[in-house]
Ligand binder design. Sequence first.
Ligand SMILES: [Zn+2]
Ligand SMILES: [Zn+2]
Length: 94
Amino acid sequence: MNTQSSQHQSIYQQGLEDPRWKQLRLKVIERDGNQCRICGQRTELQVHHRQYHKDKATGVWSYPWEYHPYFLITVCDSCHAKGHQLFSIPIKEI
Ligand SMILES: [Zn+2]
Ligand SMILES: [Zn+2]
């Protein structure tokens, strides 16, 4: 793992404990009808980021709650894990 992605991972992990993320997460799950958008399961829901954003000028990663809900999708635990195995998440410089 390179330095850049481990730095991002720690920002991301800490961010997931933040009340601002918890609030946004609930909003996204509600928007998606309280179910996994892939298989329709209603338990063990998580919210996945479809892109990761990084500031072009400063190199600073966005916190999990700074994303527009457009970039977020509700998935269940197992679809989420499968998705991460199959696809790497695109990084967008903003
Ligand atoms: Zn699912
Ligand atoms: Zn994810």
